[in-house]
Design a protein around this ligand. Structure first.
Ligand code: NAP
Length: 639
């Protein structure tokens, strides 16, 4: 099996090409054709998509622009069919300048171009692959903890550099979150073209936003394609990792599938355990007294038949918003306990198949999928950040943090008002009071409104007092009977690395050092823990701009740079300097306070018990990319 299916030659007749163009996404097709034909005159000024309205069909192109763009594309496709693909005449950098200029009116600045070349990763190139190879002269072995999205990525890169490694995975299969979350309706809420590795683009995603099973298959396929399966130890859990300062070696203690304990030595450890891995059950009195079945969304009990049952769901975050519409039809009564309302962002294609014509174009137009991904990257990332930025002079901080944020609020409010027209009772419960983007904005195609309007569904916003053997009691002392309780209550996101025990120099325990307030340099390294690298560590989550895979690719690039530095310079270990780490974190904290999620007091998993934003990256993508391109040796003490 291959992730990146080879582009097939165009043999279709004119009518079939015209039919396929009916499904084309034109703002990315025109750039793809301009690049592949070398004819940059296809980037006609009169066809330029208007100023970006996120989510607007065809980038907001008018009907006449679309018709003209299709006519142009038809001629270009015929030329490729009849004459083949010409040899490239421009550098990819020149193409990027011309194409970003067409997309936005001004070309990308020079500082962005190297990042964009990497993200675009056109053709068979893999610009982020390590450009060095381990020479085997110094003993070096890496333990990677976790075979989810980040762990697989780390394994691919470490293997490409030729460094010996093993991946330890507690589950019986790869996939991490996409293996564990099997609840009905689980799917990615970032478009797949973007939520996938830059270097392993799949041309034939069946849907724009893939369901869990398709993503699990993608990650399994990556493991096969990169030959990783034999280096993964499944059903094996890491219990602890301890640094031996004398020898500069990590001892990683694991529980094997047969229940024994064993130690594995490594010169470096890469932790890829995720932030959203340990389910959180709410501290509600009487929780364990409930007589019926109950389970968390990430541990869905498929043996419980919900048909005809009275079901209570506690929590209305991203997970619950996906499974509630799927079960509402089956259950007799559904009580949804909502503590904080969500903002919803309209995404009409959220559940849609990729139409046949667009699939055909992805498989027949060289690099079209890459440019489609690029369009998403370029238009849905850093451009969204200003609307999440605090203006200290803005006079209405309760409802928004700035004028731009207030405009987003107005747009999203209109969306909700339209959905709940004639239902002021529901609108009052659904409309959030906090600024949009202070919590994750949920992707929606109307399914949520349809569900909560159902006769058998009850949206309850009274606080929960207790759980009894028979159901849930709210603050007004009403007991609502339930046969099953489902917790969509999120994860222990702030408790990084737990329940593993990680001890560094001087025997210090990482969680004692953090004292409930996890921090790291770049989210990756922590003083006193030499050669211990975290992926998706503190302050590397994003709220509005980008895909978490982008961050993992940056982090892995940095870690590989660290391994190269160690091996090339003959150091045994590198330890982040405390002052560097502290100054970095002071900058992160100050920047997070100027984002909606830091300024607003609304509940969210982005803040730890101390109220610090321990999860989120506050900056734009290029800043994170620039700081992780390569380690600065001056930031580290070498042992
Ligand atoms: P979550 O966003 O943390 O939501 C937890 C929900 O449970 C919230 O509604 C929360 O209310 C509620 N809750 C927690 N404790 C409660 C209590 N004691 N009483 C009443 N309600 C309580 O968790 P999640 O939905 O699992 O999502 C977590 C993250 O995972 C998302 O933000 C997203 O990053 C990721 N995710 C992604 C996808 C995707 O890509 N498709 C899908 C699912 C999840 P409050 O809001 O008041 O705290």
């Amino acid at each position: 099996m291959s992730i990146s299916r080879a582009i097939e030659p165009i043999t279709a007749d004119d009518d079939a090409i015209r039919a396929a163009l009916g499904d084309a996404f034109l703002p990315a097709l025109i750039p793809a054709l301009a690049q592949v034909t070398g004819d940059l005159s296809l980037l006609r000024e009169d066809l330029r998509p208007p100023a970006m309205v996120p989510g607007a069909p065809q980038g907001g192109m008018s009907d006449s622009q679309q018709a003209a763009a299709k006519a142009l594309a038809f001629e270009a496709l015929k030329a490729i069919r009849d004459g083949g693909v010409p040899a490239p005449t421009h550098s990819i950098e020149d193409d990027l300048r011309a194409i970003t200029g067409w997309m936005n009116g001004t070309p990308a600045s020079d500082e962005y171009i190297p990042l964009l070349v990497e993200e675009l990763a056109p053709g068979d190139e893999d610009p982020r692959a390590p450009k060095w190879r381990y020479d085997g002269k110094t003993p070096f072995h890496v333990v990677i903890i976790g075979a989810g999205m980040s762990g697989i990525l780390a394994a691919i890169r470490v293997k490409q550099a030729g460094v010996p490694f093993v991946v330890i995975e507690k589950n019986e299969d790869v996939g991490g979150t996409w293996f564990e979350n099997t609840y009905p309706g689980a799917r990615v809420d970032v478009s797949n073209a973007f939520y996938s590795y830059s270097f392993a683009q799949k041309m034939d995603w069946p849907k724009f936003f893939s369901p869990q099973g398709v993503l699990l298959e993608y990650f399994r396929d990556c493991v096969v394609e990169y030959g990783l399966r034999d280096q993964i130890r499944f059903n094996t859990e890491v219990l602890s990792a301890a640094f031996d300062e004398q020898r500069c070696v990590w001892s990683v203690r694991v529980r094997t599938p047969d229940g024994r304990e064993e130690s594995i030595e490594a010169q470096a450890v890469i932790s890829a355990v995720g932030q959203l891995n340990r389910p959180k059950l709410p501290e509600i009195a009487g929780r364990d007294a409930f007589a019926g079945p109950s389970f968390h969304s990430a541990r869905w009990d498929h043996s419980v038949d919900l048909k005809g049952k009275r079901v209570a769901v506690i929590g209305t975050g991203a997970s619950a918003a996906q499974f509630i519409p799927l079960i509402a039809n089956d259950v007799a009564e559904l009580d949804i306990y909502q503590r904080t309302a969500n903002w919803f962002f309209p995404a009409p294609t959220y559940h849609d198949d990729v139409p046949a014509g667009l699939s055909w174009l992805f498989l027949h137009v060289p690099h079209y999928m890459h440019w489609y991904r690029f369009w998403l990257f370029w238009n849905s990332t850093d451009g969204l950040l200003p609307a999440a930025t605090v203006d200290p002079a803005w006079p209405h901080p309760d409802r928004a943090v700035s004028e731009a944020n207030d405009q987003v609020r107005a747009l999203l409010t209109m969306y909700l008002q339209a959905q709940y027209a004639g239902r002021p009772d529901l609108l009052a419960k659904i409309l959030p009071s906090y600024p949009p983007t202070a919590k994750r904005v949920l992707i929606d195609n109307g399914a949520w409104a349809e569900t909560v309007k159902r006769e058998n569904v009850h949206l309850i916003t009274d606080a929960i007092n207790e759980i009894t053997p028979n159901g849930v009691v709210t603050a007004d002392d009403e007991e609502r009977a339930a046969d099953v309780i489902i917790y969509g209550t999120g994860f222990q996101a702030s408790r990084f690395l737990t329940p593993m025990k990680v001890t560094g120099r001087g025997g210090v325990d990482i969680n004692e050092q953090w004292d409930g307030d996890a921090r790291a340099y770049m989210g990756i390294t922590v003083p006193n823990f030499p050669n211990f690298f975290m992926l998706y560590g503190p302050n590397t989550n994003i709220v509005v701009n980008g895909s978490i895979i982008f961050f993992s690719e940056c982090e892995v690039q940095y870690v590989l740079g660290c391994l190269h530095l160690l091996l090339e310079e003959g150091h045994r270990a590198m330890d982040c300097k405390q002052a560097v780490h502290d100054a970095y974190n002071a900058r992160i904290d100050a920047a997070n306070r100027l984002r909606t999620w830091g300024a607003s007091s609304v509940n969210s998993w982005y803040k730890n018990d101390r109220g610090r934003v321990a999860q989120n990256w506050p900056g734009n993508l290029i800043e994170y990319w620039q700081q992780t391109v390569a380690p600065n040796p001056a930031d580290y003490a070498f042992l």
